[in-house]
Design a protein around this ligand. Structure first.
Ligand code: GLC
Length: 739
């Protein structure tokens, strides 16, 4: 009997092989063929109904594949700092899974503040592994909108005020994510620089500012990062919604930059079928929602690129040329992600991700001020440390809009300090102020009960009593991703700290000279107490490892090396857009009258001294700069020019320095900023060690965008390369001439 069974099994097995040999693998499934051939073949097999189904959402975060052909659906997920927990098919609320808690990485302002391209690659690779493990095909991030004013609610999600820094930091992030077979969807393209009226404001901006300030990071994402997708923004430009915009999508993104990827709408960013067909949109999501809370139930067939489009085709009103072009781009993305058989398997909340998150956080924390070297805290001497402030305990991974997460864990600053100090130092805590006691977002709860009915006076009195009898006082305050405090959907209402924090800080400064203020925020804040407080640290939203990273820097295990990715103005009017009365605009219009003079470009043009400058950040050691030398005094457009400078660690401990190179065009036909960042290098030096840093520029670094020629122009004449430790701490320069 067994013999018979074995024979039958053998026959069946051989049969299946020979059957397979006869049935030829279709081209679109044959990964020995080029993506182009495979796309053509898949397209040729699809019906018009299947094509239309593929170009719009089928659920909150997925779009249809072609079940008949075995082409899988596409799954997208927020966000830039971690993979969002699962939602119900057609709801903003939680699906209630128990296996979708992620590792929460630091906000992108922190990554940008590291000025460390290696960290950007590590970040992208790590978050890409989390997205891959969760079977997401498109990660809805990173965001690279320029920091135009310190009031934009979503600045914490972006990479600061400078187009060069954002461009250099976004590229490795994209490559890291996409190495997992997961697409990035760089957002929000373009000019989404405020949350006020975000879905109806028309941005008026001159071409120089558009090309020199607001587009470079997106251009780098496309041409250097190779992002497979880009997200249109809610706002309008030239009176067209950016998700369906002839200029941004067809003329610039596709024709000028050669983008072959997929344009995905922001959730609710499409408003008209014909516009969506002909003005560059490929994949429509979130229509009839405002991207966060409300929406029309199961309206997917009513999407602009759904039945209304199919009806237009069936009636002969329009052909299928645009449809095929859209489907072709989506199929290409599918072949590189969902249908990519060689992609890795990813991982989630792994030790590697924990280490990566902590390293990025430690690398991005910025030491703003350290009078009398109060920092680092000497745990050997400190018998008692008073920790004050709601942000010492408040969870920050929940909230802020679509980047909100369900983190596996989050170490608070207080817990991080307690863990690091151990039994040798007593850590005592007082609330100090009451800010936002809400504890949930999208149905994810922090589990914290921050209710406190005491008066501000009582809270300050308690805090000062503790502070009086401590060796060190560490205040954790700032913003907290609640409404108007760094959040999607609402901008900040002013530059000052909320919740009476300024008064509290001043009172603490009176009772203890060893006061450290740690500002947790994604935006600049006013610091009227800056001369009363010896030590100030910019702490960012640091994710799951927040408390450990902050403790490591505060006690000196880690030497801080972050540099500000945006200017801290003394007051709101020191900001260009605001000073010119063009924020947030009116009657649906906002005009970027400050043009290219954004951030330090404005401050230096107006000779305004910031509170803390772009590129500023101190260290627990010191660095000296040698002479800046250039390998040539004259260059032609075809040349490159290399600047070198030796950097020495003149302090007593290892540290990293970000050497920044700015270019100044001494005489130009069109107005140009005093100087512009065109190179940087982060180097680590042991105490006493010296290294030479070289930065090479080509003509692109000398060019400005000429709106009349609609081209970049490097104008012959004299230039200067200025090298320094921040935009306002130039240590040397070298002149040269472009012939
Ligand atoms: C939101 C945001 C966008 C996010 C999308 C999906 O409204 O603007 O950044 O990726 O909708 O949540």
């Amino acid at each position: 009997m067994m013999k018979i069974i074995r024979t039958i099994a053998t026959v069946l097995l051989l049969g299946s092989f020979s059957l397979k040999a006869q049935v030829k693998t279709p081209v679109y499934l044959d990964d020995t063929k080029s993506i182009h051939e495979r796309v053509d073949d898949a397209l040729s097999r699809m019906t018009v109904e299947e094509k239309v189904r593929m170009i719009h959402a089928q659920s909150k975060f997925s779009s249809a594949g072609v079940p008949r052909l075995g082409i899988p659906e596409l799954w997208t997920s927020d966000g830039p700092h971690g993979v969002r927990p699962e939602l119900l098919w057609d709801e903003w609320s939680q699906a209630g899974w128990s296996n979708d808690s992620c590792f929460a990485f630091p906000a992108l302002t922190c990554l940008s503040a590291s000025w460390n391209k290696d960290m950007a690659l590590l970040y992208g690779k790590s978050i890409g592994e989390e997205a891959r493990y969760r079977n997401k095909n498109v990660l809805l991030g990173p965001g690279v909108n320029i920091y135009r004013t310190p009031l934009n609610g979503r600045n914490f999600e972006y990479m600061g005020e400078d187009p060069y820094l954002s461009s250099k930091m976004v590229v490795p992030y994209i490559r890291g994510v996409q190495s997992n077979g997961v697409a990035t969807c760089v957002k929000h393209y373009a000019l989404n620089n405020q949350e006020v009226d975000r879905d109806k404001v028309n941005v008026n901006v001159d071409d120089r500012a558009l090309y020199e300030i607001y587009l470079p990071a997106f251009k780098a994402a496309v041409q250097e990062g190779g992002t497979l997708a880009i997200m249109g923004s809610y706002n309008l430009y030239k009176n067209e919604h950016c998700c369906t915009n002839q200029y941004l999508l067809n003329d610039i993104l596709r024709k000028e930059w050669g983008f072959e990827g997929v344009v995905i709408s922001d959730w609710g960013g499409a408003h008209n079928t014909r516009e969506a067909i002909v003005k560059g949109l490929d994949l429509e999501f979130g229509t009839w929602t405002e991207g966060m809370t409300w929406g029309k139930t199961n309206s997917y067939d009513q999407y602009y690129l759904a039945k209304p489009y199919l009806d237009m085709i069936k009636s002969g009103e329009i052909g299928t040329t645009e449809l095929d072009a859209k489907v072709r781009r989506i199929l290409r993305l599918s072949f590189l992600t969902s249908m990519n058989k060689n992609k890795p398997y990813g991982s989630m909340a792994s030790d590697e991700h924990i280490q990566a998150g902590r390293k990025i956080a430690e690398d991005g924390i910025v030491l703003l001020q350290n009078t009398n070297n109060v920092l680092p805290v000497d745990l050997g001497k400190a018998k008692r440390i008073a920790v004050i402030g709601e942000n010492a305990v408040k969870m920050m991974t929940v909230g802020g809009g679509s980047s909100s997460l369900k983190a596996k864990y989050e170490v608070s600053p207080l817990d991080g300090l307690k863990k690091r100090a151990g039994a040798q130092t007593e850590i005592v805590y007082a609330r100090g102020y009451v800010g936002d006691i809400g504890g949930s977002a999208d149905g994810v709860s922090t589990g914290q009960d921050l209710k406190d009915t005491r008066s501000a006076e009582e809270l300050i009195a308690e805090a000062c009593t503790l502070a009086k009898n401590a060796d060190y006082v560490i205040f954790f305050g700032g913003l907290n991703k609640s409404e108007h405090q760094d959040s999607e959907g609402s901008d900040r209402l002013g530059l000052g700290l909320p919740y009476n924090q300024d008064k509290l800080i001043s009172e603490l400064a009176k009772v203890n000279k060893n006061l450290v203020v740690v500002n947790i925020s994604g935006n600049a804040v006013a610091m009227p107490w800056v001369n009363e407080v010896p030590a100030i640290v910019q702490g960012w939203y640091l994710g799951s490892e927040a408390g450990n990273a902050l403790a490591a820097v505060l006690v000196g295990d880690v030497n801080p090396s972050g540099k500000l990715p945006f200017t801290f103005p003394v007051k709101l009017d020191d900001n260009g857009g605001i000073a010119l009365g063009e924020y947030p605009g009116s009657n649906g219009q906002v005009t970027y009258k400050e043009g290219i003079f954004v951030g330090y470009r404005w401050a230096e043009k107006q000779k305004i001294k910031p509170l803390f400058s772009f590129g500023h950040g101190l260290s627990y050691t010191t660095f000296s700069y040698g002479e800046v030398s250039a390998d040539k005094k004259e260059m032609t457009e075809a040349d490159k020019i290399t600047f070198s400078v030796s950097i020495k660690n003149t302090g007593t401990r290892e540290g990293s320095e970000v050497v920044q190179l700015y270019v100044s065009d001494l005489k130009s036909t069109l107005p140009r900023p005093v100087k512009e960042l065109k190179g940087f290098e982060k180097i680590s030096l042991k105490a006493g060690e010296e290294k030479t840093v070289s930065i090479t520029l080509d003509k692109a670094a000398l060019s400005y965008f000429d709106p009349d020629k609609h081209a970049w122009v490097a104008e012959p004449g004299d230039f200067e390369a200025l090298v320094g430790s921040s935009s306002s701490d130039i240590r040397g320069k070298a002149g040269f001439t472009l012939k």
